[in-house]
Unconditional design. Sequence first.
Length: 469
Amino acid sequence: MVKVRFAPSPTGYLHIGGARTALINWLHAKKTGGKFVLRVEDTDEERSTPEMTQAILDGLSWLGITWDEGPHFQSHNKRIHQDLSYKMLANGTAYRCFCSKEELERRKNELAKPEEWRYDGKCRGISKEESDRRALAGEFFVIRCRIPDGRIEWDDVVKGKISFDASQIEDLVLLRSDASPTYNLSVVADDYSMGITHIIRGEDHISNTPKQIAIYKALGIDPPLFGHLPLILGPDKKKLSKRHGTTSVIAYKDEGILPLAMFNFLASMGASLDEDRCLAREEIVERFELQKLKKSPSVFDRERLNFINGKLIGGMPLDEIRELVVPVFKKLYPFLPFPDDKAVNLMRSRARNVPELATALYPFAADDFYYDEKVLQKLNHESVTKNFLGLIYKLSSIEDPSWSAAEIEKALRAYAEERGIHAKELIHPSRLFLTGKGESPSIFDLFEAMGKQASLKRLERGLNFLNAG
Ligand code: GLU
């Protein structure tokens, strides 16, 4: 059975890259009927905090990523990791290294190119007897993994065959002199004891993989499959970072992004899924194929996130969207009545997020909104002054029950013809007077959704405004 894991270090919020990793793992588990394990890698005691652990769990839950096992805490397994390093010491795949930090530093600085330093294997050849004796005498030591010569290779699920020359990898430390296990040892020990079959993580971990494979080999265990997801880049094609704006996933909640939109967006930055609509989670699972993960970096495209969010808002059941927008509207305008379904349904077609929809609904509830200054300046004031009283009169002749987009359009166009003007001369100012803006859904739908009385009142207000100016 497939068993994947997401293994965040709780040293910060769940960021875009981490969330994408979690999501790809989750999709693979769901697709294959496997299990998704959550493991919190909290071994860096100074940088890990319970608040950040909670923030990561909140971020995952917000996205709809559920876990079948865990959260396990890596720090709780310290003893198992220590045991494992001693097991390796006993079978000779690891050895004690007695070189002090200062000594290593000195040898490093003796090199012509100190930056190319790798542990030189000085303690590799110490006999078991001598090693035990020095340990018993109380000398400080670390335990290092003996990396065998040759090549370390794996068939990366995303990147294909990857091969490292083992001589480029130093005999890595498994256990520090204070007996704390290192990251690579802990990860291998946990992945193995948790029965992980696929390790899918960010490309920034590629350099750890040969070290981890070496540990598996030393233990005589077949390593799991590895897959390394390409980087996520900012619009400037540099690695996504705080410089590019918010990278914490949950912060997008406050920007009006809905979790399913974020889910789609993240999925499209790893899986081959370039849809111009927002899919249900089940549909994404259905389409997901591990073998078809994207090989090249994805660019974090904020506009696309907005676009997907807008698609979701435009397509979700009206009840659900009302549930989302009413509280926001009430917070912004506590004393105004919430507009009816017709208004919500119309205005959501253009809104990219919930707060945007709430503000777009304001003109349906009140008529004291500002007019967009730029649009106002472009209006032909003379034409409005000349034609709008007549337009109001014309539209008011439509009987209440016939107040529909089709009837309104007919009347407006007929009136334009009577006056020998282009319909645009009526449409553009009407849009501004009804919404305060230069862009909106179809003006005729807008008239219909706003209702006869409110529409005419807003046209009158606009006309008076121009006359007064
Ligand atoms: N804890 C590591 C991180 O947050 C991930 C380790 C792994 O996936 O192997 O980057």
